[in-house]
Design a protein. Structure first.
Length: 350
């Protein structure tokens, strides 16, 4: 007695999705047309799938085994000329597995133009505060002459003579299984069932043309390196379909002074030893312009000074902070005066 569960490598309580996944994997593995394929195992896998993918046959198999009533009918001799015995199998899965998605049936997926992806570079400051760019892209776009309808002005549409207005045609082909018929979109009317009485002279009825278009891109403030801005409807057009999207990948150029962590900006602040000892203020150039940063007396090397509200803008209108890491610049040579001062400090225990 054949153990169909073992053949597919699934448990007896496997779900339909588990069975389908196992079937697809093994069918691809053992397909006779593939290198290393095995026709006998291929037939066995299909027989197991035919039974286990059908609720009533699976229940019958679980009760009686493969020797039970009607088990495996239609697989003997592997005669698929008319797909007899596969009335309960998922034919969509079978066609998809061996002929590609949509084979054997009309493709009812929502039509859509091709998406476009571009890269742009912006400065560190532009990434913080936001900016705008205008780029010229050559792409398929709705025809200007006919406004994307494919026909001359003041002319009508007539029924397609090829598909007689149905939008689809039947196409018979030969495969490993035998002959099969697939319903496909009519290439004359592209599934619409109608064609222009007089096609547009510019696009020849295609509704779209290839042209250059200037795109206005708005880069939001606070964008990070590698982020993508999606612009709906700015991709390529296609006949009888929605326009695709434009995806703009933003590359932020590094800054010579600042680095970013979320909404905070970090920098190094070099100060002389005297400022560390006595305190004071330094002119610091920020992305907003120059400011005076207060240096507290006795600041330590590596200490971080915070300036609130000088970081990256947030969505709520607030801003992050500017964080300056102190680096004390030690003198390389000591003058006699400086040596005397240090000697006095040593006497005081400092």
């Amino acid at each position: 007695m054949k153990d169909y569960y073992t053949i597919l490598g699934v448990a007896r309580n496997a779900t339909k999705d588990d069975i389908k996944r196992a079937y697809r994997k093994l069918a691809h593995q053992f397909h006779p047309d593939k290198k290393g394929g095995d026709e006998s195992k291929f037939k066995e896998v299909n027989e197991a799938y035919q039974i286990l993918s059908n609720d009533s046959k699976r229940a019958q198999y679980d009760r009686f085994g493969s020797a039970g009533p009607e088990m495996g009918q239609g697989t003997a001799g592997w005669d698929f000329g008319n797909f007899q015995g596969f009335e309960s199998a998922d034919m969509g899965d079978i066609f998809e597995t061996f002929f590609g998605r949509g084979a054997g049936f009309a493709n009812n997926n929502h039509k859509r133009g091709r998406d476009i992806s571009i890269d742009i570079e912006i400065s560190f400051a532009d990434a913080v505060f936001g900016t705008e760019r205008r780029v010229l892209i050559r792409k398929r776009a709705p025809c200007d002459s006919c406004n994307g309808i494919g026909k001359e002005k003041d002319t009508k549409e007539v029924s397609c003579t090829r598909c007689h207005g149905s939008g689809t045609i039947r196409d018979t082909k030969q495969s490993f299984f035998g002959s099969y018929t697939q319903v496909v979109e009519c290439s004359a009317c592209h599934g619409r069932g109608k064609i222009p009485e007089h096609k547009c002279r510019t696009c020849h009825g295609d509704e779209v043309i290839v042209k250059s278009e200037e795109i206005h891109i708005v880069i939001p403030m606070g964008i990070e390196n590698g982020e993508v801005v999606r612009m709906a409807g700015k991709g390529e057009a296609a006949r009888g379909a929605e326009v695709g999207d434009l995806y703009v990948k933003v590359r932020v150029l590094p800054h010579t002074t600042f680095r970013r962590s979320k909404t905070d900006l970090y920098m190094k602040l070099e100060i002389p030893l005297s400022f560390a000892l006595m305190g004071g203020s330094r002119d610091v150039e920020t992305l907003d312009g120059a400011i005076k940063m207060k240096i507290p007396q006795g600041v330590a090397d590596g200490e971080v000074l915070r300036v609130a509200g000088k970081g990256v803008p947030r969505e709520d209108g607030s801003r992050g902070d500017l964080l300056a890491e102190v680096k004390i610049k030690m003198p390389k040579k000591l003058s006699p005066v400086l040596k005397n001062l240090i000697t006095e400090l040593q006497k005081e225990g400092n």
